[in-house]
Design a protein around this ligand. Sequence first.
Ligand SMILES: Cc1cc2nc3c(=O)[nH]c(=O)nc-3n(C[C@H](O)[C@H](O)[C@H](O)COP(=O)(O)O)c2cc1C
Length: 338
Amino acid sequence: MTGLRLARRGDSVVAVDLRTRLGHVELPNPIMTASGCAGAGRELAQFMDVSKVGAIVTKSVMVSPRAGRPTPRMAETPSGMLNSIGLQGPGIDSLLQRDLPWLLSRGARAVVSIAGGTVAEYADLAARLSDAAGVTAIEINISCPNVEHRGQMFACDPDAAAAVTEAVRSRARHDMPVFAKLSPDVTDIVAIAKACVSAGADGLSMINTMLGMVIDTDTMRPHLAGLTGGLSGPAIRPVAVRCIWQVREALPGVPIIGMGGVRTGRDALELVLAGASMVSVGTTIFQDPSACTRILRELEEELTERGVDRLVDVIGLAHQAHALTGRTLSPNARVRRS
Ligand SMILES: Cc1cc2nc3c(=O)[nH]c(=O)nc-3n(C[C@H](O)[C@H](O)[C@H](O)COP(=O)(O)O)c2cc1C
């Protein structure tokens, strides 16, 4: 697997090493789809080569098929969107029989996002994925209501988040990286991050959408049938940067998949500088289905402009820059503009 891509610096063509690590698994580059924004990759195949991105992250799958929430379940907001789709999908059987073999046949790396209403459901999904071919990693969507605990989101309680993570880790194949996906809608995201890592998570994904609401001023009623929905898109990028920054400060060795409002290679670089080793692209895909490959190209250009030869050299670099306030980091890290 090569992560070397040629980019132009001035008159010369240089190689940028974009390889990164998803736990102990090496990826050729850090750009991935975000769960729920590209199905299981098939929809994107007419716009881009799905094997070219670091990985395809599938929509969160549950044990059984689900219809999702009633409509309307999308609303546009200034610099973002609100969705209350719920976890609509055909369930794990269909993913195993249809989607994973397809992704494998296309040479794509699949990160499977799982969701459940109980710890046992998450554990079941992890066990079934462990026996399947073509799963590169599991991402645990813990932003789901815990039906055994008054519907409180697993992601909002360190003990519940840890219980799910521990169950998934113990049932997943030992060599399969397990990432817990955190919600920004908590008072202390570092506490949840630490609970998940102590429970065995190999890495963390952040952020999921933020809870929001829109009222239609013509009908004077809530716009979404489900009343509230998840806010995504550029509006939440500073929140993502803050969450990644805080968790990187507290847990510097833990790999992070960053996401939240990434539209360009420069946005992706911002998340990397905050501490993300991989970057998932979500809402932007709805406007530009080939966004992942465009953002990958732009990220390379941003690195080349700054004289950076290896992506790994800039992961979390803003922390060092902050510690050395006022001093130049390294000749390589300066922006080169003509
Ligand atoms: C329509 C839609 C569906 C989503 N479905 C899921 C999902 O199934 N599982 C999940 O973990 N996150 C889901 N998300 C959240 C995204 O994966 C991502 O964390 C969030 O949207 C922030 O990234 P973005 O601003 O680039 O979209 C969904 C987001 C959107 C907009």
